[in-house]
Design a protein around this ligand. Structure first.
Ligand code: DX5
Ligand code: ZN
Length: 213
């Protein structure tokens, strides 16, 4: 299991230090939550701050867009060369076109599904994706309670992936901790995002390791 700590739960007063600490602590990716105050009722960070994160990070960036006008934000963040950019299917009229655009910029395309969106909604996009991000909370805030239906959604998604693109990874985001990690692993999840669980622990390396099962 790969682990992508979400910097949303970091201390923003010492952000570069907090990013270095999770990288030194052995994380696999650095998860960056971009919120625009429209698609979700919260506002986070733009390319100026994320470029400081990219400079401090020794692991690849995993940018999770929670915005309206995805294409505009892809253009803003592409110069930072993240490994992944994911966008919400609920907010995109032309997902296939956007996937091609992200790939043409040398970035791995990923789609995010809210807790109510069935995996079948993206069945015919799977072959063009490198990753699917399943939300296990409603997007907008860190520190929320895990919604257990993600286990069934991950299992159904895994079946579609096996049939259509076995290289596509499954990531889960929201309320992940040492209590639900085994069930996620058993459901076929490859990467977990963890914000409050990692940054709420005195020892980041220990928290990260406890999820790398
Ligand atoms: C929620 C974000 C998550 C969040 C996870 O909208 O996408 O990445 O920071 O935080 P925890 O792990 O605390 O639920
Ligand atoms: Zn996220």
């Amino acid at each position: 299991m790969q682990v992508a700590p979400s910097i949303l739960s970091a201390d923003f007063g010492i952000l570069a230090q907090e990013v270095k600490a999770i990288c030194d602590g052995g994380c696999d990716l650095v998860h960056v939550d971009v919120m625009d105050g429209h698609f979700v009722p919260n506002l986070t960070i733009g390319p100026v701050v994320v470029s400081a994160v990219a400079k401090a990070a020794t692991k690849p960036l995993d940018i999770h867009l929670m915005v309206e006008n995805n294409s505009f934000f892809v253009d803003l963040f592409a110069p930072l060369k993240p490994k992944y950019i994911s966008f919400h299917i609920e907010e995109e009229k032309h997902p296939h076109r956007l996937i091609q655009k992200i790939r043409s910029l040398g970035i791995s395309p990923a789609i995010t599904l809210n807790p109510h969106t069935p995996p079948e909604a993206i069945e015919f996009l799977i072959e063009d994706l490198d990753m699917v991000l399943l939300m296990s909370v409603n997007p907008g805030f860190g520190g929320q309670k895990f919604i257990p239906n993600v286990i069934e959604r991950a299992k159904r998604l895994k079946e579609i992936i096996k049939k259509r693109n076995p290289n596509c990874l499954i990531e889960v985001d929201g309320g992940v901790n040492d209590k639900n990690i085994q069930a996620l692993k058993d459901a076929g999840v490859d990467i977990v995002v963890a914000g409050s669980y990692v940054y709420g622990n005195d020892n980041y390396a220990y928290a990260i390791k406890s999820l790398q099962i």
